[in-house]
Design a protein around this ligand. Structure first.
Ligand code: FMN
Length: 328
């Protein structure tokens, strides 16, 4: 067992979180991760309406009695999103952990506190983590430059970002971006984090509700096959390198506007990739960690393996390096 401030805070067995993932963070995956002793998270905005989120929460509860979280991502969108309604439903349904991302969660903090909700705020910079700590979140999840999705604009990889966060934060925090195995978990703990958050690695699990072709593409993909889109718009996303994302990057690099690439990067096309398995059909998110993903296990096998390997690294290999005569 690896006990950390984060596992204590949330009452979970393992310091392993499945972060919010648009189109992927649904009941089967979240329940499987929570059943495995980690924290599974439903992605609120994957559900078309707040009432659909309510249904999905209830569906997840039928699959697990362990704590589950809900991700609320507040980002600029083309169509207005009723964030308040999604939050209301999550609270009404008794959700006790909310992962906020994309914007300062301050406006929602009084409601969360009133209902005893633990808030894990995901961000990509130490200054944003400190701000979140100041507004009263319970924990932070900090995403390094390696991550899938939005790495921010500072481009600080985990090897520097995690200890930098450890030096400044008082509240528990988990490291995110580029984690996929026990080596990563052991490293995150060594760097001062209280656990890890993973997205891409959980896409390549049996329970991830996406087409097998996408899982296989992740297994086949290397660390070189991601690309940063929307950089000139200062809304960077790390996505799988394919024809669509490459074309979009080229248009924006030549001075194109969002409207010029909208038809390429539309969320509906990305969703089709996950549903139909045509990995060239749209832009879809995955991180550099795909380079070290080699299989499609069940979420439970994955979580158990990661924790067992981290324990073995800490108590075996690393402990064995201490005070051993070199020629023994
Ligand atoms: C397919 C996919 C969709 C994602 N969608 C969201 C999202 O809607 N909201 C969010 O906060 N993070 C989202 N993320 C980011 C993850 O929660 C997590 O921070 C990230 O994947 C960590 O990097 P990793 O993929 O290297 O593990 C997404 C990641 C993936 C792979």
């Amino acid at each position: 067992m690896l006990r950390t401030r984060f596992t204590e805070l949330l009452g979970i067995d393992h310091p392993v979180v499945q972060g919010g993932m648009q189109w992927v963070g649904r009941a089967p995956l979240a329940a499987a991760v929570s059943n495995a002793g980690g924290l599974g998270i439903l992605t609120a905005l994957t559900q078309p309406t707040p009432e659909d989120l309510r249904t999905e929460i209830r569906k997840t509860r039928e699959l697990t009695s362990k704590p589950i979280g809900v991700n609320l991502t507040i980002l600029p969108t083309i169509n207005p999103v009723p964030y308040d309604e999604y939050v209301k439903v999550a609270v009404e349904e008794g959700i006790t952990v909310i992962e906020t991302a994309g914007a300062n969660p301050e406006p929602y903090m009084p409601l969360f506190k009133e209902h005893g909700v633990k808030v894990v705020h995901k961000c990509t910079a130490v200054r944003h983590a400190l701000k979140a700590e100041k507004v009263g979140v319970d924990a932070v999840s900090i995403d390094g430059f390696e991550c899938a999705g939005h790495p921010g604009e500072d481009d600080i990889p985990g090897l520097v970002l995690i200890p930098a966060a450890a030096d400044k934060l008082s509240i528990p925090f988990i490291a995110s971006g580029g984690f996929g195995d026990g080596r990563g978990l052991a490293a995150a703990l060594a760097l001062g984090a209280d656990g890890i958050n993973m997205g891409s690695r959980f896409m390549a699990t049996e329970e991830a509700p996406i087409h097998d072709n996408v899982k296989q593409a992740i297994v086949d993909g290397t660390e070189l096959e991601t690309i940063l889109n929307f950089r000139p718009l200062r809304n960077t996303v790390r996505v799988r390198k394919n024809g669509v994302s490459t074309e979009s990057v080229e248009i924006l690099n030549k001075g194109g506007k969002f409207e010029d690439v909208q038809h390429l990067v539309a969320g509906a096309r990305g969703r089709k990739v996950f549903e139909d398995g045509d990995i060239e059909a749209g832009q879809w998110t995955v991180g550099m960690v795909q380079g070290i993903i080699d299989d499609v296990p069940s979420a439970a096998d994955l979580v158990n393996r990661i924790v067992a390997d981290a324990e073995e690294i800490i108590t075996g290999r690393l402990a064995g390096l201490v005070n051993q005569p070199v020629n023994a």
